[in-house]
Write a protein that binds this ligand. Sequence first.
Ligand SMILES: Cc1cc2nc3c(=O)[nH]c(=O)nc-3n(C[C@H](O)[C@H](O)[C@H](O)COP(=O)(O)OP(=O)(O)OC[C@H]3O[C@@H](n4cnc5c(N)ncnc54)[C@H](O)[C@@H]3O)c2cc1C
Length: 486
Amino acid sequence: MSGPNPSGNPNSPAANVAPAAANPSGGVAYSAPARKARRLPTPRVWPLRDYDVYAFLGGNALVIVAMWIRHGNLHELATPAGIVTAIGEIAALYGTYLVLIQLVLMSRSPWLDQVFGQDRLVAAHRWVGFSAIWLLVAHFVFTTVGYGMADGSGPISETFNLLTSYPYVLWSGVGLVLFIIVGITSVRAVRSRASYETWYMIHLYAYLAIALSFLHQLVVGIDFAADPVARIYWIALYVMAIATLLVFRFGHPITISWRHRLRVANVVSEGPDVVSIYLTGRDLDRLPVRAGQWFRLRFITSYGWWRGHPFSISAAPNGRYLRFTVKNLGDYTRLLQGIRVGTSVFVEGPYGVFTGASRTKARVLLIAGGIGITPLRALLEELPAARGNLSLVYRASNENEVVFRNELDELASLRGATVHYLVGRRGSHEMPSDPLDPKALRKIVPDLRDRDIYVCGPAGMMERVLSGLHWLRIPESQIHYERFTF
Ligand SMILES: Cc1cc2nc3c(=O)[nH]c(=O)nc-3n(C[C@H](O)[C@H](O)[C@H](O)COP(=O)(O)OP(=O)(O)OC[C@H]3O[C@@H](n4cnc5c(N)ncnc54)[C@H](O)[C@@H]3O)c2cc1C
């Protein structure tokens, strides 16, 4: 492991800094800043808006209810048993539809990433997931009770009857139990007690649940058993969702990793419990990525190949290496502090909309807390800005937490940017009040309202800053943030 890095190592058109040279050991060495611009590819921008997505989803929701009506199911509403059964049928259709939307939400599709960003996708995944499970439970309850009312049997004997006499219903019952387990382990209070990996592994059972419940829909589902057009439509929805998942979740990462063959080229200590990991590989100047984006990294070691963790690039893309800076916050990030040079790395990404592409103003304020500095360090390097238009506010609870101080100062002087370090424990003698509260922030950067503001840091700090920015009535379109927790 090399010693602390005394200099910046950027090479972006904005920062006009030279690429780092490869050192004789195959690692990456630092080079002095130079006035040289280099054009690198940026991720493709898709001609897709949020209302296109909503229109597609809403259109299919209408087709589904129209399909149910077309099959003459309205007549069920004539009797109490029929009404209960109809609720069960509608719940099944929409519950399954939401499950398919879930697959697409988690496909890591660059289209959706560009339109919504991972934060909103993850929030949507959470609520769509819970809604889907409630609807599937409602399907089971209402259908069983409705059939029971029609047959004159109780819910327990009807459940037994359904599970034992209809094809594939038992499988779907197992699928429903798996969905419920996934739902319970996703409730925040339960999830916070389990490690991310345990939660993730349990989550994989959702795929098994989807597979188990598929056939009973086609064979006993009132809308599909006798209507080949409806069956084709339903299968097409499955094919679309699964294809999106396969292409973006598996195909794209395999292609990128194979094409660029990334390896750890250098590991540099940046301070207590923080290392920068430099990855080099083939044709990195052809990898489209922007400052502010992140990759899911899978280090090919005995402890790392089976789990991918998200990390932001901490230096602007330069065509020679990707740099990630990792703070020891748990078991995996602790192991990464000692990752060996030469380790192969499987990557998924780049992801995220925390980039210059979403910028609306000439002036920019970057607000970082702790290790949240990583994407902002890259943005400070890459964002085009006239001298004086770029400011960084960097909050840390003590000096040890401040990483990249030399690099930040060097970049600031190169780019005519300002860096404000706010170091100290909140509530202490030196820092009695929150230095990031809206009034304090406005004092540091008086022209806040005329800037795009990029925020990244610990969850608590982010909530305070974001609500302060709302209090200051900064338009939503000017606020950009990245959360480090899912
Ligand atoms: C978009 C994004 C960018 C990030 N960039 C950086 C960075 O540049 N530098 C840095 O040091 N950290 C970064 N992180 C945080 C980093 O991913 C976690 O600290 C790391 O995964 C913790 O893993 P662990 O096993 O060491 O700790 P754990 O104890 O397992 O987890 C600590 C926290 O990280 C979350 N977490 C753990 N694994 C994952 C995962 N695979 N996906 C999502 N969340 C997870 C957990 O929910 C928990 O809140 C980023 C996170 C995200 C979501």
